[in-house]
Design a protein around this ligand. Structure first.
Ligand code: SF4
Length: 426
């Protein structure tokens, strides 16, 4: 089989994985002429998630042969898809070739499991090693880690990759057991814990290194790199019956226990010849979007995971989770824009992190009034029902236009979403 055909098969096989984004790593470029690649700018995205979103990396599998039989995966052993396998050199050459032609900005490499987890991991790492050591590739590399691979291999992968990821796959251990019987939730978490330990060790090592010595520059000595863009994971949404509350609980645990940089949510989309254990219809993309918004609230807005799903276990599909929280907690409002601390301002619907910073800056100079909100570029109609200003106090009913529409059952959309989810698993 020629490389072009393999590329068609193995890029298509990788498109279901959304856990890649080249954010957060150290900045490198090729302006010194020592090697190709860059971790910033200049890339053209040629990988697409099944829903059509563009992901700016060459995203391929080393092989779509797999000895596991995860029911939600198009590459599972029992699937009758056409199989292919790249050699290590083929992936190296494709990456360099695409990079030089300005088609990609980096590589996202994953693989089906062949022979053993260690054997597969060695092959994946060898691609990254050759790119870095033989070709001095400076671009972004994201390697998918095989959960049962050895500690040495995880350490080695982190030396070459910007980001490592291990997919948690599903929100609960029971769902994983049902849909991916060869995988073990405990092994996936062990693998995340080992990567976190490496981050801790490298951070400690850097902290202990002397920042200055007599007759030496004050610059800290370079620390050995280990996946500077951190670790991430992907969770499939809507392949099992887990509700949004459970999904967010799992995410909160992963962020807290394993210092994950990102949890990516991937709305389940049916695969060819799917198992009857899976829902026949895709999960709503809006559900995935609401989970990303809720995830953002946990990471940057100080929301605890258990306050986000305000009624029942599902997020509203009609309004964003911060607005839903505000509508469900009228006693928390209005918030005085001139006196409230930053953490309270972050709770106002329509105020993002940047607008809160602008507001804090503005009110140092003088009292902020109604007319200042336009200048501060905040969505006035969304903010005013929840805030107090010297020349504005919200009245009862001001927030009514922001409420989700009442559906045919007389219940808001979150109940419909719950129904929809229940239908899929009835
Ligand atoms: S181990 Fe990975 S590639 Fe293999 S069937 Fe499971 S999800 Fe698919």
């Amino acid at each position: 089989m020629d490389t072009r055909r393999k590329l068609i098969i193995l890029a298509d096989a990788a498109k279901y994985d959304a856990s890649c984004a080249s954010s957060g790593t150290s900045q490198r470029d090729s302006s010194d002429g020592q090697g190709p690649g860059s971790t910033e700018g200049a890339g053209i995205c040629h990988s697409y998630a099944p829903d059509g979103r563009c992901i700016s990396l060459l995203k391929v599998l080393l092989t779509n042969w797999c000895t596991y039989d995860c029911k939600y995966c198009v590459n599972r052993e029992s699937s009758d898809v056409e199989r292919a396998r790249f050699t290590v050199d083929e992936v190296v050459n494709l990456t360099l070739d695409f990079y030089r032609r300005n088609v990609i900005e980096g590589l996202f490499l994953s693989s089906g499991i062949v022979r053993t987890p260690d054997y597969t991991m060695e092959q994946v790492i060898e691609v990254a090693r050759r790119l870095r050591e033989l070709h001095h590739f400076r671009g972004y590399i994201h390697l998918k880690t095989i959960p049962d691979a050895s500690d040495e291999l995880v350490l080695k992968a982190g030396r070459y990759a910007d980001r490592l990821s291990v997919n948690i796959e599903l929100p609960t251990a029971d769902s994983l057991q049902a849909l991916a019987p060869e995988k073990e939730s405990a092994a996936i978490k062990r693998s995340m814990a080992r990567i976190k330990l490496q981050f801790d060790d490298h951070a400690d090592g850097a902290a202990k290194r002397p920042r200055s010595l007599p007759a030496a520059s004050a610059k800290p000595a370079a620390s050995p790199r280990f996946a500077p863009a951190g670790q991430s994971t992907q969770m499939i949404v809507g392949a099992d019956a887990s509700d949004d509350r459970t999904i967010l609980q799992t995410s909160a645990t992963l962020y807290g226990a394993y210092r994950l940089k990102r949890v990516y949510y991937s709305a389940f989309s049916p695969i060819p010849h799917a198992s009857s254990a899976l829902p026949p219809r895709p999960a709503p993309l809006m559900r995935e979007h609401r989970l990303y918004q809720a995830d953002w609230l946990m990471r940057f807005y100080g929301f605890a995971q258990d306050e986000i799903c305000t009624d029942g276990g599902m997020l509203s599909l009609d309004v964003d989770p911060k607005l839903a929280w505000a509508l469900a907690n009228p006693a928390q409002f209005p918030i005085d824009l001139n006196r409230a601390p930053r953490e309270r301002l972050l709770r106002v619907p329509g105020l993002g992190v940047r607008s809160v910073e602008r507001l804090l800056m503005a009110r140092r100079a003088r009292s902020v009034r109604r007319a200042d909100l336009d200048r501060l570029r905040v969505p006035v109609a969304k903010v005013l029902p929840f805030v107090a200003l010297p020349d504005h106090l919200p009245r009862d009913g001001d927030a009514a236009p922001l409420r989700p529409p009442v559906r045919r059952t007389g219940e808001p959309a979150r109940a419909i979403a719950r129904e929809r989810q229940a239908d899929l698993f009835a």
